[in-house]
Design a binder for this molecule. Structure first.
Ligand SMILES: Nc1ncnc2c1ncn2[C@@H]1O[C@H](COP(=O)(O)OP(=O)(O)O)[C@@H](O)[C@H]1O
Ligand SMILES: [Mg+2]
Length: 220
């Protein structure tokens, strides 16, 4: 795959109309881990949502493999997200009604993958991520750190080209954080474009590229 790029992107949430991202241009390359840092409220999560085609920029463009993708119809953008992107939300955002294993394999069903293959890959990821809970547990009965690692498994199960991780080690002890980062590094080594939002300086300096963001001047 090629790069993912924001070109002069600005963004406002419809409710407040406040400018959250202003004139942001940044390129993210395959095979690379990029750390995005910035103060709380500086628009890090918002930038990930716009890059991951979950929110449309008010101005500017998102390019994938050199082609514009932000202006595609919703169904086409949803298909790109399902087929090419993996997203780890800040709060894990697991489905409380599904088991641990079903949470991980859910996205494979949208892509009409063979259920047996998906299940095997999910179990392998859960084991490698050292999620030591029975696969039929539900998210209400696990720790925050386990939920976070399960969310990483869910994002990786489809072998995505681009992985977005919003503070993926925020809830984790040092050992678990190392496991998660090693896994993200492995994806980049395999050619994925990995974008991590982090507050952790060590993680930012461990990344290949460090992007520091700030809120637009008018809102600071
Ligand atoms: N759904 C929303 N509606 C309106 N404003 C929002 C919404 N989500 C976030 N914001 C605002 O946008 C700004 C950036 O938020 P966010 O991207 O979550 O920052 P960060 O991830 O860097 O902490 C903040 O001022 C926040 O209050
Ligand atoms: Mg955030």
């Amino acid at each position: 795959m090629g790069a993912l790029e924001s070109v002069d992107v600005s963004f406002r949430y419809p409710r407040t109309r406040d400018l959250v991202v202003e004139g942001w241009s940044q390129r993210f390359d395959p095979g690379t881990v990029t750390a995005v840092t910035g103060a709380s409220g500086s628009g890090k999560s918002t930038r990930l949502y716009v890059l991951a085609l979950m929110a449309r920029p008010g101005a500017g463009q998102i390019l994938l493999d050199g082609g514009r993708v932000d202006d595609l119809p919703d169904t086409h953008r949803a298909a790109l997200r399902a087929e090419r992107f993996g997203f780890v939300f800040q709060d894990a955002a697991l489905d409380p009604t599904r088991t641990v294993l079903d949470n991980v394999v859910e996205s494979c069903l949208y892509r009409h993958e063979d259920p047996h293959t998906a299940r095997t890959r999910a179990l392998d990821l859960l084991e490698r991520m050292q999620v030591e809970v029975p696969e039929n547990r539900r998210p209400g009965q696990i720790s925050g750190g386990q939920a976070q690692r399960i969310a990483v498994c869910r994002a990786l199960v489809g072998c995505p080209d681009v992985i977005f991780a919003d503070e993926p080690t925020g809830n984790l002890d040092e050992d678990s954080a190392r496991v998660v980062l090693a896994m993200l590094r492995e994806q980049a080594d395999d050619g994925a474009c990995v974008i991590i939002v982090t507050h952790d300086r060590a993680t930012a300096s461990w990344a290949d590229v460090h992007v520091a963001v700030t809120a637009p001047e008018a809102t600071r």
